[in-house]
Design a protein around this ligand. Structure first.
Ligand SMILES: Nc1ncnc2c1ncn2[C@@H]1O[C@H](COP(=O)(O)OP(=O)(O)OP(=O)(O)O)[C@@H](O)[C@H]1O
Length: 237
């Protein structure tokens, strides 16, 4: 069993006047794929944003490989190896695919050291190579998702945070994305935390799950030791 890559200790966070996360303790071992599940509004996105530093923690600690990230700004966390694919993808619509990927390198400071977008991004997502000169805004939803993942992987993160990667994507493209992520996880020794409502995908892709309710983690386990139907109550209304 590898040591924990990500550790959250008593993590709290929220927005002006409303606390959303309450004393979250979570340990994610190196190369684990952990799915965060839960109904709309329980705080899954807020948890990812707090880990990545887009949202400030109001208490507790975030450790990556034992190093305290809690007080670091998000660009320093990106340099330390945290990659993030936000919900809704947030690609730059007026920039080309190649420029979007370049932005992923800049975000983690590697562009300044003269690196180019690594070839493995195009090996993982051959479609991105085909459309490398096309503006991001002209891509299909599935292509945009591949681009958002490629952009996050361009900086060779250790930890990849994915927010609902299958949302609004047709099943055959979900399969392609799943295969590419699996391949990337293996080749790049990635640890992944994925927010996902689509339990079939979770049970194929993740080896662990953590279910959230009202800003707290209320159930955790291995996907191999439980059934998707056991946790369906945490995602359906
Ligand atoms: N920018 C914001 N300002 C104020 N409140 C917010 C903000 N973003 C989210 N919230 C609130 O925080 C709570 C948790 O939202 P969050 O998006 O983290 O939930 P979620 O589990 O990811 O839901 P979903 O599955 O719908 O994305 C909700 O009550 C939401 O209304």
């Amino acid at each position: 069993m590898s040591a924990d890559l990500l550790e959250l200790r008593g993590l709290s966070s929220g927005y002006e006047g409303s606390r959303v996360l309450w004393d979250i303790d979570l340990a994610v071992a190196g190369q684990d794929i952990l799915a965060l599940i839960g109904r709309n509004g329980v705080g899954k996105t807020t948890l990812l944003k707090t880990i990545v530093g887009v949202q400030a923690a109001s208490g507790g600690q975030i450790l990556l490989g034992g190093q305290d990230m809690t007080a670091l700004p998000s660009h320093r966390r990106a340099r330390a190896g945290i990659g993030y694919v936000p919900q809704g993808r947030h690609i730059f619509p007026h920039l080309s695919v190649a420029e979007n990927l370049d932005a992923g390198l800049s975000a983690c400071g590697t562009r300044t050291r003269g690196r180019r977008v690594p070839d493995y991004i195009f090996d993982l997502f051959p479609k991105l190579h085909e459309v490398r000169d096309r503006k991001g805004g002209f891509l299909s939803g599935g292509e945009q998702q591949q681009l958002a993942i490629g952009r996050a992987l361009a900086g060779a993160p250790r930890l990849l945070l994915l927010d609902e990667p299958t949302e609004g994507i047709q099943p055959n493209v979900v399969d392609q994305i799943e295969q590419a992520l699996r391949h990337a996880a293996r080749e790049l020794s990635l640890t992944i935390v994925v927010v996902e409502q689509y339990l079939e995908f979770v049970w194929r892709f993740a080896n662990r799950f953590a279910a959230m309710r009202d800003g707290r983690i209320v159930k955790e386990g291995k996907t191999s030791e439980s059934k998707a139907s056991d946790v369906a109550a945490f995602v359906s209304i």
